[in-house]
Structures are given as C-alpha cells and as structure tokens.
Design a protein around this ligand. Structure first.
Ligand SMILES: [Zn+2]
Length: 363
C-alpha cells in the first residue's frame, strides 16, 4: 500500500493544472482497472479528467454503493521538491498524502482484497474520482449529483478527523465578494469631492463580521481585501472576499439575504455583492445509521471509532443534501491537510482499508 501511495503522491496534481490532474486520473484509472474495475475516463475541456469505476456490474438490479474521492490537491507543481514523499517515525509525508491520495489507495486495496477473497457484496460499487474538489467541484458536479441520486449510500474517502474519527457532519461553505465603488479625488487639493471606497469597505467589514452567529455554527472570515491606487488619491475601488460557514440549512438563505441586503453607509458609495453558498451543510442525520454500522464493524476488528463534525466541506455535503445516507472521513488517518506537515499514520492504512472493505461487503 505504501509503494502505491508513494507512486500516487509523486504524481503532483494541483486542481488548476489540467495536464497534471489528467495524468493523476489516468494513473488511478489504470490501477482500478488492474484490480478488476470497469473504468471510464470522463474528459473535461478545462478541468482534469474525472474517473468513474464500477465493480460487480452483474448486481445492477440493486442500487449501487457510491465511493467518492478526489485526485486533485491544493499543492502547486514543484512542491514535491520541498516536501518529498518520505517515511519517518511510523508516518508518511508528502503533498496530498492525507487529502486524499491515501483515501483513494485505501479504496483500491479494499476492492482488491474483496476480489481476492471472492467476497460477494450485495450491490455494485461505483467510485467517482473528482478532479477539482479543491476548487469547489464545479467541473463534474452534475455527475456527482447523478451518481448520488441512484446510490443506496455514499462513502466519502476524505481523511478522518483528528484521532481517526469518522465525519458525520460538515458545515456548509460559501464565498462572497463585496465590491465598493466610490469617487476619485485628489487627497490634498479636493478631498471633499471624493468618496473613499477603502473607508466604506472598512465600515462594511465591521457590519459583515456582525452577521456571525457562532452559537449556532455560523462563522465568517474576511480573508482578503484590496483597494486604492496611491496614498494621495481618494480611492475609487475596494473589494473584500468573505468565507462563510453554516451548520444549519435555514442559515443558507438567511446569510445570502443578509449579505445581499448590505446597503452603502456613505450615501454616494455603491456596493456590488456577488457569490453565495456553494456547498450546503452535511447534516448528521444522514450519517448516523452508517456511522453506527461502521462502529460495529470496527469493533470486530478492535477499532474504537468515534464521530466528529468539521467546518470543512467535501463532496459529501452535496450527496447528504440530496437526502442520500453519507458517511465521510473513511480515508487516511493523520494530520496537516493543506499544511506542510501533511502526513498519514502508516499503520492505519490497512486498518482503514479493512473497515472500508467490511462496509462494502455489508451494505
Ligand atoms: Zn479532500
């Protein structure tokens, strides 16, 4: 498994590099084909290719089980030189190793084991590998929806939460952009003629932060701002990007209404608000039954599994919102997703693959 994982990590696959993600997709397609999967590569004009795999097609009269993964990473080309694949102290390091190449390798080995032992699951297994999950999953969102709607349940191969917990709830994720238009003027000669877009934006930011409701899981982060041209010019333009997370479904419409309803504070400033919620929350009730089953199967293998909720989004947000039972966090166990110390705990690799195999055999 580790050799397989090394090979996958050493093919860099940043979401925005189509040739790289295509290469990663073709690599995984070949590996799944090698263990008996029927593989289709779904090409895309601008994004990397998606990969659709099916096992046990003869069981098609039953609803399939859907496994969801993504083969893109947040790491730019060349990062492998700075953080090469390495093994140290029972851990394996490298870009994308936790998020989520180890999850895909776990699925590969789970299916390989089931085939090798002649296990006969109840239903076909379909796997979709998404090439642009880290860019909000736009390229193949309709495929994810279509595959989820026909599925009995969805197992998401994203990394486990801290300590190995499975993920039963995720916040919804949104992004808004605020553009402010003021009026240019010379800061010294004619200050009264200007409308300062930067100061308007600063005041709007205080308002926006006031929309947070952390007690019910609604948080906001003004993560980027820009504006102005020179210090002696009253700025005409300013902008901010805001990340929004919500725990509860009704807050989707609430925050969109509040953000969309922001009014200028300076009467001559103009505001343009764009963006919105792009992933609905993954509600726990869609995961409870699957989690209980995983816990029970885990116990038979001396695994003590707990559950966790997270503020981060995944493609499980979409499938749970469609009402399909969805359990997430079935991939690698480790730490440092999207960070330089990204790693997995090696001994958990086969254990997680075994858990996945048990779920596939039982569901
Ligand atoms: Zn991920």
């Amino acid at each position: 498994m580790l050799a397989d994982l090394k090979a996958a990590v050493e093919i860099e696959s940043p979401s925005d590099s189509k040739p790289a993600v295509d290469r990663m997709g073709r690599h995984f397609a070949g590996r799944f084909q090698g263990v008996g999967g029927r593989v289709r590569i779904l090409r895309h004009a601008t994004a990397g290719c998606g990969v659709l795999v099916e096992f046990w097609p003869s069981l098609r009269r039953q609803k399939p089980l859907l496994l969801l993964g993504h083969h893109d990473t947040v790491w730019e080309l060349g990062m492998l030189r700075e953080m090469p694949f390495r093994v140290h102290g029972g851990r394996a390091y490298g870009p994308g190793i936790l998020d989520m190449k180890s999850g895909i390798i776990g699925a590969l080995w789970a299916l390989r084991a089931l085939r090798a032992t002649g296990a006969q699951p109840q239903r076909p297994v379909r796997i979709f590998l998404n090439p642009d999950e880290e860019l909000a999953s736009r390229a193949f969102r309709s495929v994810i929806f279509r595959e989820a709607r026909r599925a009995q349940a969805v197992l998401v191969l994203e990394p486990a939460a801290a300590g190995g917990a499975l993920k039963t709830a995720r916040k919804g994720v949104g992004e808004f952009r605020i553009e402010v238009k003021g009026r240019l003027a010379h800061a010294g000669v004619d200050p009264a003629a200007g409308v300062n877009a930067v100061s308007e934006l600063a005041r709007q930011i205080v308002r926006i932060e006031g929309l947070a409701r952390p007690e019910r899981g609604l948080t906001l982060n003004v993560g980027m701002i820009g504006g102005g041209t020179r210090t002696n010019v009253i700025p005409e333009h300013a902008w901010a990007s805001v990340d929004v997370r919500v725990s509860r479904r009704p807050d989707l419409a609430w925050i969109e209404r509040k953000m969309g309803g922001l009014q200028p504070i300076h009467p001559e400033a103009k505001l343009t608000i764009s963006g919105g919620i792009n992933r609905p929350p993954m509600e726990r009730r869609r995961a409870v039954a699957l989690f209980k089953l995983a816990q029970q199967l885990g116990r038979q293998m001396s695994m003590d599994l707990s559950e966790a909720s997270t503020g981060g989004g995944s493609d499980g947000n979409f499938t749970a919102a469609l009402g399909i039972p969805t359990l997430d966090g079935l991939g690698g166990v480790g730490d440092g997703a999207h960070a330089r110390h990204e790693h997995i705990i090696i001994r958990e690799l086969p254990r997680r693959a075994a858990l996945l195999a048990a779920l596939i055999a039982t569901l």
